[in-house]
Design a protein around this ligand. Structure first.
Ligand code: ARG
Length: 458
């Protein structure tokens, strides 16, 4: 049976229920690569500073490399009695190289070790997530480019408001995911700080070389306070908050995919291989993928609240509560990765029903504001113009016609300022293309936004 590495001061063995309760190995074994890499760097530093011999160093490094292979070959024995990944690796190292293994933990504690492992894990995860978000932006940009002519109704209050380009709508999400990637990048800067050397909480009296460890592990900075370094997890909370924002954006997109694929909207059709059927209603094609993304957003927000709550009353420095951080962190990384992935694959294959979209964009008095603008250009104050157009809409509603379907004479009953040129002016595409300033929905403005986004991604 595995021996506890800290058994010296104890007279009784840990209760089995406690072994099971305190073990985190099921969760933290996925840190093994970082744990080994960190230990190798620590060990090289110990030899370089003369704290251990070069022979010990070579044995330890070779043993750690062997353990990595064992774990990757799934021949490594895991057990609840060894609590966590750090204990597992150290105790296996002792089996392999004997006494030298016992020197590895000099000038180190599991407290700074786990902080190191988690930071190494998260900085890699962040690099990967940013890359995936860039990929998702490219997919959306491609959709925008290939549908640059398609009009849809823009909505406020989920009521048709004014026509916009479908491409403009897609590009709105590109902006959101761009900010999400920026946030993850900023979080990566604060994650990328090397805590080793803080030891249990107070630092170490050994003449270690922290800068050398940082260099070996490619950290641009080392932590400045040992108490902070072993007990701080705000970089995880920052990640969960940024991940939460990104899931919120994905969830909004999901809501639209769900709405747009209803019979009522009919704006898109989800690809068959990204939809599911009903076990009872043969006609159904359900948007389970976006629904699940929307649902998983809730789980992500839960992780953020869990971590904030976990930290809020922790006295300095390390407390075992912190072990729970990895449950939230790993699931958040997995969830966000999966959601970005599924969207990156689904979006290129949705069928855009442009006829339906354009039809919706030219009904429902979406050009009413433009008629008001027209009257303003003829010299009417906007409030007055707003009132005249309100009357025109009323007339249209009574006669079951759109504004541009009313005759010039009918329109002139609302304002004599209206002339024959109004009909070109009210055309949906015209109304879109007049909004040509930066950030607007005119094709030229959207193409400029597309170009800017592409440049950002280069
Ligand atoms: N498994 C522990 C964690 O995740 C490692 C640190 C243990 N430290 C301690 N003082 N018990 O936080």
């Amino acid at each position: 049976m595995a021996e506890k590495l800290w058994k010296g001061r104890f007279t009784a063995k840990t209760a089995e229920v406690v072994d099971r309760f305190t073990a985190s190995i099921d969760v933290d074994q996925r840190l093994y690569r970082y744990d080994i890499e960190g230990s190798i760097a620590h060990c090289r530093m110990l030899a370089r500073t003369g704290i251990i011999s070069e022979e010990d160093r070579d044995q330890i490094v070779q043993g750690l490399n062997q353990i990595r292979q064992e774990i990757e070959a799934a021949s490594f024995p895991f057990s609840d009695q060894l609590e966590d990944i750090h204990m597992h690796i150290e105790s296996r190292l002792f089996e392999i190289v004997g006494r030298a293994a016992q020197k590895l933990h000099t000038a180190r504690s599991r407290n700074d070790q786990v902080a190191l492992d988690v930071r190494m894990y998260l900085r890699d995860a962040l690099t990967d997530l940013i890359r995936r978000l860039d990929g998702l932006q490219r997919v959306l940009i491609h959709l925008a480019r290939t549908h640059i002519d398609v009009l849809i109704p823009g909505y406020t209050h989920l009521q048709r408001a004014q026509p916009v380009l479908l491409a403009h709508h897609f590009m709105a999400y590109v902006e959101m995911f761009h900010r999400d990637a920026q946030r993850l990048g900023a979080c990566r800067v604060r994650t990328n700080v090397m805590p080793l050397g803080s030891a249990a909480l107070a630092g170490t009296p050994f003449p270690i070389d922290r800068a050398y460890v940082a260099e070996l592990l490619e950290f641009p900075a080392i932590s400045a306070n040992s108490l902070d370094a072993v007990s701080d997890r705000d970089f995880i909370i920052e990640f969960l908050s940024s991940a939460g924002l990104c899931m919120m954006h994905l969830s909004r997109l999901s809501e639209e995919m769900i709405l747009w694929s209803t019979t009522e909207f009919g704006f898109i059709e989800l690809p068959d291989d990204f939809a599911t059927g009903s076990s009872i209603m043969p006609q159904k094609k359900n948007p389970d993928v976006p629904e699940l993304v929307r649902g998983k957003a809730g789980r992500m927000f839960g992780h953020l609240v869990a971590m904030l709550t976990l930290m809020k009353a922790l006295p300095l420095s390390y407390n075992r509560d912190l072990q729970e951080d990895k449950v939230a962190l790993f699931d958040a990384v997995d969830t966000l990765t999966a959601c970005i992935e599924v969207y990156s694959q689904m979006l290129p294959n949705i069928r855009i029903q442009s006829r339906r979209m354009e039809q919706a964009a030219s009904t429902g008095y979406l050009n009413a504001t433009d008629l008001a603008d027209y009257l303003v250009r003829q010299g009417l104050p906007f409030r007055e113009a707003h009132h005249c157009v309100g009357q025109a809409v009323r007339l249209g509603l009574d006669r079951g016609r759109e504004l541009h379907e009313l005759s010039l004479a009918e329109l002139q009953t609302c304002s004599p300022l209206i002339q024959e040129d109004i009909f070109g002016y009210l055309n949906a595409r015209e109304t879109v293309n007049r909004r040509a300033g930066p950030g607007g929905t005119a094709a030229c403005a959207v193409l400029a936004a597309i170009q800017a986004a592409e440049q950002r991604l280069e």
